[in-house]
Design a protein around this ligand. Structure first.
Ligand code: SF4
Ligand code: MG
Length: 323
């Protein structure tokens, strides 16, 4: 089946007083309908920048320098502002980190949902809009009575589910959720993940989950993408990533997990994440890499395809490339 989402050579640069920072460097991947991808990496590795770039929400001094984000045949990067406004929520929904704290405290949940629908479907009759909102609330396991409530009347988990409900109002084909479970307790985290799972099944969307809790993520995603210094360095199925990670950075991430099947909170690996303003030459990971070779300091490895459709950017595997 052809991919519903194709990100091709996406590049973002921040122009700061201290110099240029390449926040996203040639990021490419595809997702099929119904696929779930977990996106992991240290803070500053480019996960949130990737989400913002896909939504065309990069703010100056940042700039999208090139690449394509193709959803259902449309390249979002090529759309004008109006076209992009329409695409948001319709083709691609974004649930930003801390979304639940950005609900308007003085507006009823229902009004916020109605506004979101009206912005895209100004001609939809009032009753249909309301039914759409009720349906979305039921899909995330909330009582339609929440429609008349205010954010402060809801628990953290309920607020996060409201944000997911808003995200699916227009049944987008791609949903990006940035740290959707941070600041929630363990039981609620699981419920929120199960909710995402269920709405994804219902609308058959491709989902990108950005997070740092590898253990929690592993139970809900199909594949894991690892980012380092603005680049994708490995994409593998969950099973392969956890049992046989290829990239030395992915190996370090996995081996730093205290326990694979419960609290896999990533605490970091030795050495400092590089400043995007002053990236090491060649492979940006080389100063921290136990396997670094001479060529690593000079040549940046491409993200190549290995057997089983795994993708790895590391010179150790140059000879194993299948395409
Ligand atoms: Fe390590 Fe070289 Fe692979 Fe980079 S390319 S991860 S430095 S072995
Ligand atoms: Mg982030």
């Amino acid at each position: 089946p052809s991919p519903v989402l194709s990100v091709e050579n996406l590049e973002v640069t921040y122009y700061t007083d201290l110099g240029r920072a390449r926040a996203l460097d040639q990021v490419s991947f595809t997702l099929r309908a119904g696929q779930k991808l977990g996106m992991v990496g240290e803070s500053g590795s480019g996960k949130s920048t990737l989400a913002l770039a896909m939504m065309r929400m990069i703010k100056p001094p940042g700039r999208i320098e090139g690449g394509r984000v193709v959803i259902g045949g449309t390249d979002l990067i090529g759309l004008d502002e109006q076209g992009m406004r329409h695409a948001r929520l319709n083709k691609i929904a974004y649930i930003p980190q801390g979304a639940m704290n950005s609900l308007n405290p003085v507006m009823r949940i229902g009004s916020q949902m109605v506004d979101a629908v009206k912005a895209h479907l100004p001609d939809e009759p009032r009753s249909a809009v309301q039914e759409r909102c009720y349906h979305a609330l039921r899909s995330v396991d909330l009582d339609p009575g929440v429609f008349r409530m205010y954010a402060h009347e809801l628990s953290g988990g309920m607020k996060q589910r409201v944000c997911i409900a808003i995200g699916i109002l227009l049944r987008p084909s791609v949903i990006i959720a940035d740290e959707p479970t941070s600041a929630l307790d363990v039981v609620t985290q699981r419920q929120v993940m199960e909710t995402i799972d269920r709405v994804q099944d219902e609308i058959n969307a491709a989902v990108i989950l950005i997070g740092h809790d590898m253990g929690l993520m592993a139970q809900f995603v199909d594949a894991v993408a690892v980012m380092y210094a603005g680049r994708l360095v490995e994409i593998s199925s969950v099973r392969e990533m956890f049992t046989d990670p290829k990239h030395p950075y992915a190996q370090a991430l996995i081996s730093s997990l205290p326990n694979l099947d419960n609290k896999g909170v990533f605490k970091g690996i030795p050495g400092l994440a590089p400043s995007l303003l002053r990236l090491p030459s060649g492979c940006a990971f080389h100063p921290r890499c136990p396997n670094a070779m001479e060529t690593c300091t000079a040549v940046s490895p491409d993200l190549l395809t290995l057997a089983n459709n795994r993708r790895v950017a590391c010179h150790l595997y140059d000879a194993e490339t299948v395409s």
